[in-house]
Design a protein around this ligand. Structure first.
Ligand code: UDP
Length: 327
């Protein structure tokens, strides 16, 4: 199917990534059908598309079979983004996290099979758990923590999603493409569910203390949401994409302490950087990942994809966006 003639069905279409994906799909002349139960998504992310002739939004859940069937019957590609997001939310609501992720994906795969849609399933770098081989590659073994720690329930639920998706591909020949996102950031991301970049920027602009959890030596690679969207759309359209998992992320590493310093410098803020123990920030016994770096060789090989924006450019965009929100 050629660009400009496809219909995408997005679950989680009012989320941060869903809103950027919608923008890119509509810009390419394709059509978007979107649902979101607005649990973590927001109408602010879709209001500017409402009324667009190629966009239809419905407030609905992925367990709402009637809506799912209707949307899928009109779609060529389903991008399944609806999921429990944010480490804070995951730790505080472990039942909702596991049920949403596992049952939701099951519904999506079934409806995709009945309607012969390609399915892209959003997974996460959390599945690499405490792996100590860097960078993380898709075929690496994974090492999760004990089942008594809620965080790893999220990773395990996303692994089930990947297993199930690949099983539908193998057993039923459904075009399934799971992709693992690594710390995606950009304008419109909310800090409400724990994400570090919008939190630090809002704290800096508000003159509040910047809350670095642990000792700040943990390292992450951030990637601009618009680069991520380019990779997702590449996978949606490539004939050889199905049947494998793809890492999508940036490769420029930064420690959380350095990130805090950079945010203070770029916002010219008077905020102090404070250290907050993990037990206070999340829960006693919380385990963080010390380092998380993607090997993006597979997606590069298939699509020639590489992130275009570096951390400074992304932070600058998010700072402008956050300044606009408060003025
Ligand atoms: N973090 C922090 N302060 C905050 C929020 C998060 O120091 O206010 C840390 C968090 O502990 C983790 C990193 O920043 O080490 C990235 O957190 P985020 O929740 O954005 O993504 P994660 O990599 O944990 O999925």
């Amino acid at each position: 199917m050629v660009d400009g003639n496809r219909t995408f069905f997005l679950t989680g279409g009012a989320g941060f990534i869903g809103s950027h994906l919608t923008e890119a799909i509509l810009a390419g002349g394709d059509r978007v059908l979107a649902i979101d139960n607005l649990a973590t998504g927001s109408m602010d992310n879709v209001t500017h598309f409402l009324g667009h002739p190629n966009h239809r939004f419905e407030q609905a859940s992925i367990t709402d079979r009637g809506v799912m069937e209707q949307m899928a019957s009109e779609a060529d590609v389903i991008v399944h983004l609806a999921a429990a997001v944010g480490v804070k939310l995951i730790v505080e609501h472990p039942v909702q996290t596991i049920e949403t992720n596992v049952m939701g994906t099951e519904e999506v795969l079934r409806v995709a099979l009945r309607n012969k849609c390609r399915v892209l399933i959003a997974s996460t770098s959390e599945v690499y758990g405490k792996g100590s081989k860097f960078p993380f590659a898709e075929e690496d073994d994974v090492l999760l923590g004990a089942t008594s720690k809620s965080r790893w329930g999220y990773a395990a639920s996303k692994m089930v999603d990947e297993f199930l998706g690949l099983a539908y591909w193998r057993e039923f020949g459904l075009d399934v493409v799971p992709f693992r996102l690594f710390n995606t950031i950009g304008p419109r991301q909310t800090g409400q569910y724990g994400m570090v970049v919008p939190r630090f920027i809002r704290q800096a602009l508000g003159g509040e203390p910047i809350t670095v959890y642990g000792d700040g030596s943990q390292r992450r690679c951030f990637c601009d949401v618009r680069d991520v969207v380019t990779a997702i759309l590449g996978l949606a359209g490539h004939p050889d994409a199905p049947g494998r998992v793809y890492n999508i992320g940036g490769t420029e590493e930064v420690s959380i302490q350095e990130l805090a310093e950079r945010v203070v410098e770029m916002t010219e803020s008077d905020s102090q950087i404070t250290k907050v123990p993990y037990s206070e920030a999340y829960a006693p016994g919380f385990e963080d990942m010390e380092r998380r770096v993607p090997d993006t060789g597979r997606v590069h090989e298939l699509l020639g994809w590489k992130p275009k924006r570096d951390l400074r450019e992304i932070l600058s965009d998010v700072i402008s966006y956050e300044r606009g929100r408060i003025s």
